[in-house]
Write a protein that binds this ligand. Structure first.
Ligand code: DGL
Length: 263
């Protein structure tokens, strides 16, 4: 591995692009290889073993692209099996978890709502994370089935998406939450809408920028940060429909992006 190798980032779909965007912002000179495992999304409604198999397959593919690090830009995958992935692949692997800690610091009512996939909320890793803060705050969880599918369809502002969000956010507000954690990277694409629905007295917590900072810290400590004034490039891979991916990337990243199908 050398500093000139690319950074690999993956998610079950386009959620991780929110993390990739923050990484690009902090590291303009790094090449990025992004994989959306769209054919197998949503991960959040699959079993632990299925998710781990997908994480391994995608990581093995990223290694064939020469990546120097892998960013698991998916809360579901991270909470389900990041330690198993690290045990299998001895490279720096950075993950993303729901931002319970920043939420605990931000809440005034002492009640935090967490929106996440059904799988994330069932993992031991999430339970352990939540228990660490259980003495200080009350954590109300809300699984959000079907929401990832709406986001994958680029349905950011449709009546159906708004109805679904209201249905997920209302119980948290009823329980007194003044802080809502977006515990799935897909939801970052809806953060403004979520904030609008939750109201101006509710803080929305995302972790995409914190993950990008952790990537910088990790690469720097490994001596793997790109050097020189090279402008970073991106390549986007999908296991799903290339036509749909082109549309997603064009809308969320920009026109001149290189998209490929990976089998
Ligand atoms: N973006 C993902 C997450 O952060 C996964 C969503 C899914 O595939 O269910 O949890």
């Amino acid at each position: 591995m050398t500093p000139a190798n690319p950074i690999g980032i993956f998610d079950s779909g386009i959620g991780g692009l929110s993390v990739a965007r923050e990484i690009r912002e902090l590291l303009p000179g790094e090449d990025i290889v992004y994989v959306a495992d769209s054919l197998h999304a949503p991960y959040g409604e699959k079993s632990d073993n299925y998710i781990f198999q997908r994480m391994s397959t995608v990581t093995a593919f990223l290694l064939t692209r020469g990546v120097k690090t892998v960013v698991v830009a998916c809360n579901t995958a991270t909470t389900t099996a990041i330690s198993r992935l690290r045990a299998r692949y001895p490279i720096p692997i950075v993950g993303v978890e729901p931002g319970i800690k920043p939420a605990a610091l931000s809440t005034h009512t002492g009640i935090i709502g967490v929106l996440a996939t059904p799988r994330t909320l069932q993992t031991n890793s999430f339970t352990t994370l939540a228990e660490r803060f259980a003495n200080n705050v009350k954590i109300e969880i809300q699984p959000c089935p079907d929401l990832v599918a709406r986001i994958e369809a680029l349905s950011f502002n449709s009546d159906q998406t708004i109805t679904l969000l209201k249905q997920y956010i209302a119980p948290l507000l009823d329980k007194g939450a003044d802080t809502i954690v977006l515990g799935c990277t897909h939801y970052n694409h809806l953060s403004e809408l979520i904030s609008e629905i939750a109201g101006k007295n509710v803080a929305i917590i995302k972790t995409d920028a914190a993950v990008a900072k952790e990537v910088v810290r990790r690469l720097s400590s490994e001596g793997l940060l790109a050097i020189g004034d090279h402008t970073g490039s991106e390549e986007f891979w999908t296991s799903g429909s290339l036509a749909a991916y082109h549309q997603q990337i064009e809308q969320l990243w920009g026109k001149s992006s290189r998209c490929y199908r990976w089998f």
